[in-house]
Structure formats: structure tokens, C-alpha cells
Design a protein around this ligand. Structure first.
Ligand code: PGA
Length: 319
């Protein structure tokens, strides 16, 4: 799906000044100015309140700008042994998880079969990577067909460790996403800036460029979850503040609205990753464009991962 190149990014001066630039999708409160007659003010208020209550009735949550279900992924990376994974699976099987959340874990390839055959069906399985095309003579690679064969529903693509440690570029990642989607896997599409890019005021340029590479390649956005993962926050213990994450999430949603469609902008889950843990997830989840999390280190501990999944409750209306 081709998209127009963005001129928005080039107009932006730096992350700090940007929250005001991305107000397009915010739910606006009616302004009590004197230009409204009492009747039009009433109509304005009524339509605003109906919108809020219909959202509430259909999804039982508030503080979500998008319409997608909360989504939490656990990226186990290159960690674990048969024994530690069996303990993690048993902790996950006994965890109490809120129903209103899609929950996915991405074990290392070697343990996918073990996890699939021992983990509750409540939690779906993801690959951490996949080959760019059909399997064959590609030593060391894992194909989309094999991931599906073992029971995976998802694959993580564009993770910063694949981009910056292994050296995958935007176009290669876009092709991988297109292949996986065409074969019926969901894609957790990761984007995010490095520290020096943030400091140079290029956060949005980088995120939009990475998004555009996905958008240019993929057949549809139906099965994509976007994970915003600032590289400086991954595995460092330096989580983005809720406001820092929110301003990028709303910018991503706005980019999707302008460059793909309003429907895709509203339906696509935009999840945050980078040092999410049981202690910070509830505050992050309160931001209305944060539709879930991609969790690394803290997903290796079953009870803590469950706490992060259950952070969805901080979006719910107090009874
Ligand atoms: P982290 O990793 O939670 O350990 O920072 C997140 C990720 O890389 O997906």
C-alpha cells in the first residue's frame, strides 16, 4: 500500500514542542464560549457526551483514542532454558488475566513447540523474527510457514535489536512484514528512535520513516500492531515518561490518519515498549493513545507480566 511521503516530519522542530501539533485525534471538550446559543451549546454537549458514553458502552473502557483491544506482548528474546521456560509457562497458566486484553508471548524459536503445547490457549504465540520469503536454502533462518506450522499467530518485525545489532534496514523489514501478512500472520511492527536521534529532534522523522517503510510494503493494516519502542528505553531501565510516550503515540496515530486512513488510525493498536514493568505500566496505560505494551525483561517473570497485562484496568471507569 503506497503512501504519500510525509511533509509533517520536516515541519517539526523537536519532540518537546510537538504535543500541540498532534491534536487532530484528541477528543475535544466543548468550549463554553459565548458564541453558542443555549440550544447549540446543548446540542454540542449532547453529541460530545453521546460519543463518550457509546465508547464506554461498547468497550467498557475509557482513555483510549483508538478502538482496538488492549494488547500486551512478552518478548522473551534470547533467554531461557527448558526448565526456566516450563516454570514461566506454569506461572502464566495460573495467572489471573483481565479478559479485555489480547495477550501474546514470543519465546525463542527453539522453545516455541514446548510453549505452544504447554501454555494456555488464552495466550497466543509469536515468533521473534521471520524470513523475508518462502523457506528454502537460507541457513539459520525460520520461515513464516514454519511459524504457522508450530501454531504462531504473530511475528515481531523491525525490533531495534534486529535493526541496530543485526543490521536489518527499513525496506527489508517492510518486505518481511508484507510476506508474513500475506501468509496470514499478524505483525508486531516495531519502530523507535535512538537517543542521539531524539536529542537531535529527529524522533518523529525516524518513526515516520520506519512507519512509511511498513506502509509502502504491506497489503493491509488489518493485522498489524505498531510497537513504539524508543531504543534508549529498551533494556536500560530508562522508561519513557507517560507524556513522552503519549506524544509519539498520538503522532503515529495522526500519521496513519493522514497517510493511510482514518479507519486504520483508529483501529490500529499502538503499543509502547522499553523498560515497562509492573511498577510503571498502570501510569503509562492511562495515556489515551497507549493501547498496550511490548515487554522484554519483565515478561520473563509470570506474575509481573500478569500485572502489566492487568494494567488495562487503569483505563476503566471507576464504578
Ligand atoms: P525491555 O524490552 O522491556 O526489556 O526494555 C522491550 C523490548 O525490547 O521489546
Amino acid at each position: 500500500m503506497a503512501v504519500a511521503s510525509t511533509s509533517l516530519a520536516s515541519q517539526l522542530s523537536g519532540p518537546k514542542s510537538l504535543s500541540q501539533s498532534y491534536s487532530g485525534l484528541r477528543r475535544s471538550c466543548p468550549k463554553l464560549d459565548h458564541s453558542h446559543s443555549p440550544r447549540s451549546l446543548f446540542q454540542h454537549l449532547h453529541s460530545h457526551l453521546s460519543l463518550s458514553s457509546s465508547r464506554k458502552a461498547s468497550r467498557a473502557v475509557v482513555a483510549m483514542a483508538g478502538t482496538g483491544k488492549f494488547f500486551v506482548g512478552g518478548n522473551w528474546k534470547c533467554n531461557g532454558t527448558k526448565d526456566s521456560i516450563s516454570k514461566l509457562v506454569s506461572d502464566l497458566n495460573s495467572a489471573k488475566l483481565e479478559p479485555d486484553v489480547d495477550v501474546v508471548v514470543a519465546p525463542p524459536f527453539l522453545y516455541l513447540d514446548q510453549v505452544k503445547s504447554s501454555l494456555t490457549d488464552r495466550i497466543e504465540i509469536s515468533g521473534q523474527n521471520s524470513w523475508v520469503g518462502k523457506g528454502g536454502a537460507f541457513t539459520g533462518e525460520i520461515s513464516v510457514e514454519q511459524l504457522k506450522d508450530i501454531g504462531c499467530k504473530w511475528v515481531i518485525l523491525g525490533h531495534s535489536e534486529r535493526r541496530h545489532v543485526i543490521g536489518e534496514d527499513d525496506q527489508f523489514i517492510g518486505k518481511k512484514a508484507a510476506y508474513a501478512l500475506n501468509e496470514g500472520l499478524g505483525v508486531i511492527a516495531c519502530i523507535g528512535e535512538k537517543l542521539e536521534e531524539r536529542e537531535a529532534g529527529k524522533t518523529f522523522d525516524i518513526c515516520f520513516q520506519q512507519l512509511k517503510a511498513f506502509a509502502d510494503a504491506v497489503p493491509s493494516w488489518e493485522n498489524i500492531v505498531v510497537a513504539y519502542e524508543p531504543v534508549w528505553a529498551i533494556g536500560t531501565g530508562k522508561v519513557a515518561s507517560p507524556q513522552q510516550a503519549q506524544e509519539v503515540h498520538v503522532a503515529v496515530r495522526d500519521w496513519l490518519k493522514k497517510n493511510v486512513s482514518a479507519e486504520v488510525a483508529s483501529k490500529t493498536r499502538i503499543i509502547y515498549g522499553g523498560s515497562v514493568n509492573g511498577g510503571n505500566s498502570a501510569e503509562l496505560a492511562k495515556e489515551e493513545d497507549i493501547d498496550g505494551f511490548l515487554v522484554g525483561g519483565a515478561s520473563l517473570k509470570g506474575p509481573e507480566f500478569a500485572t502489566i497485562v492487568n494494567a488495562v484496568t487503569s483505563k476503566k471507569v471507576a464504578a
